[in-house]
Design a protein around this ligand. Structure first.
Ligand code: ARG
Length: 465
């Protein structure tokens, strides 16, 4: 590796071991911070000018140099050098190359510790906004699907055993609720992210007459970190973000698992679109749910990134430690994975074909109306426990004879329980079973329609707090 003059090299006699330079460098990863780093530097330089720490002319030339570098970076003309360690020193060196020794004045009253903390918070704010917006798109797709399949009945499961019939729309809206909470969690974190560490220096503040409120407001931060040690030593905003990424991925992973099951030949509830599935290199007939499987699989690495960072932070004395450089790779990867997953699901969902007849058929099987028979008896005054027992006996009888409850003649029902009248059959049809559940949040069509209306209003008027 080339041996550049190191920015911190004054007190060193020996050059850095090459393997050490490679091991400690982070520019491959943290160059993703380039534009927010420049944004932070520009605010810092303007403040230095306003506070007369630099002359107005010096500040202007530094800002111009930084703006030109931002263009180079955006246009892919910037040459990143591992020997310069990280994104911050690469940009500072390029600035000096461009405007001369004046570039070295940018770092007045600043440390890489508050610099990196600032860049990371700016990056995180953007990451949160794009995540919240991708969540909104997926939520809108879920609500659309719910609205357009409001008549589809499917089996609801517990323990993956058929439990009670529900509307598909109801099931889809359960995911809407989860992802809606995820979006709120992410947007709620913005107030903790939007706090400026700039001006904290290495850890103790600075002897220059800086104005931290000025840089904070130039950068759009809502607040200024109150304690310079905390400002450079803390990464709980990263941990918080990763935990929200992990939770959201877990939600997507459960949806993935269901789509994988539902698209299997055994279920046959849905057909996934060709555009979001892949084939087999040997079995010509195959169409595999790879997007769903990979979302489920990548959930493991996102949860792993959260765990890695919790472990990375747990033993660190205050304030900054180099360990913390490791905060970025996992954060960036988790964010990318979540964003890509959300976007893929938002485009896939509208193209999923629903096989309503298969779902309805399955919904009516496996005595999914047994609770309704027990409820019928309870409404006639029988204690529910007794009604449960009687219904269980009827189910056992039907199981032996291989017939559904609603096919058992009234005489046979009455033989076991005289309370049962001929009107019982009115309560056992799948649609009746669904529509009987009128309790708030229940699966009756009117309740699900209410949930849809509420979701539409969320999406329209109150998505972000
Ligand atoms: N690349 C470093 C990081 O990401 C920047 C801060 C370095 N500070 C230091 N004192 N070595 O954490």
């Amino acid at each position: 590796m080339e041996q550049d003059k190191r920015m911190w090299g004054g007190r060193f006699e020996e050059t850095t071991d090459e393997a050490v330079a490679a091991f400690t460098a982070s520019v491959d990863v943290d160059q993703a911070l380039a534009l927010v780093d420049i944004q932070g530097s520009i605010a810092h330089a303007k403040m230095l000018g306003a506070q007369k720490i630099l002359t107005a002319e010096e500040a202007r030339r530094i800002v111009e140099g930084l703006e030109a570098l931002a263009v180079d970076i955006q246009e892919g003309r910037f040459e990143w050098r591992t020997a310069l360690e990280d994104v911050h020193m690469n940009i500072e060196q390029a600035l000096t190359d461009r405007i001369g020794a004046l570039g070295g004045k940018l770092h007045t009253a600043r440390s890489r510790n508050d610099q990196v903390a600032t860049a990371l918070r700016l990056w995180l704010g953007q990451a949160v906004r794009s995540t919240v917006s991708a969540l909104k798109d997926l939520c809108a797709a879920l609500v659309d699907a719910a609205e357009s399949h409001l008549d589809v009945v499917m089996p609801g499961y517990t323990h993956l055993q058929v439990a009670q019939p529900v509307l598909l729309a109801h099931h889809l809206l359960a995911y809407y609720e989860m992802l809606r909470r995820d979006a709120r969690r992410f947007s709620g974190s913005l107030e903790r992210i939007s706090v400026s560490p700039l001006g904290a220096g290495a850890l103790a503040g600075t002897s220059f007459p800086i104005d931290r409120h000025q840089t904070a407001s130039m950068l759009g931060f809502a607040d200024v970190a109150r304690n310079s040690i905390d400002a450079v030593a803390s990464r709980d905003h990263v941990l918080e973000h990763l935990s929200y990424c992990a939770i959201t991925m877990v939600h997507l992973s459960r949806l993935s698992e269901e789509l994988i099951l539902w698209s299997s030949q055994e279920f046959g509830f849905v057909t996934l679109p060709d555009s979001h599935t892949t084939g087999s290199s040997i079995m010509p007939q195959k169409k595999n749910p790879d997007v769903c499987e990979l979302v489920r699989g990548k959930t493991g690495s996102v949860c792993g990134h959260l765990m890695a960072q919790l472990m990375m932070m747990k033993g660190l004395p205050l304030a900054y430690n180099r360990d913390m450089q490791e905060d970025k790779a996992g954060l960036f990867a988790a964010h990318q994975t979540l964003l890509r997953s959300l976007r893929l699901y938002a485009t896939m969902l509208p193209k999923v074909q629903i096989h309503a007849h298969r779902m309805r058929e399955a919904a009516g099987r496996a005595y999914s109306n047994a609770t309704d028979l027990a409820d019928y008896l309870a409404r006639k005054g029988m204690p529910f426990r007794e009604a449960h027992e009687v219904t269980g006996k009827l189910v056992a009888l039907c199981l032996k004879e291989g017939v559904p409850l609603e096919s058992l003649p009234i005489t046979r029902m009455k033989a076991l329980c005289p309370t049962i009248g001929a009107d019982v059959y009115d309560h056992l049809a799948v649609d009746k079973v669904v529509d009987a559940r009128q309790s708030f949040g229940g699966t009756a069509r009117s309740q699900v329609a209410l949930q849809i209306r509420h979701a539409c209003a969320d999406l329209k008027d109150r998505w972000c707090r």
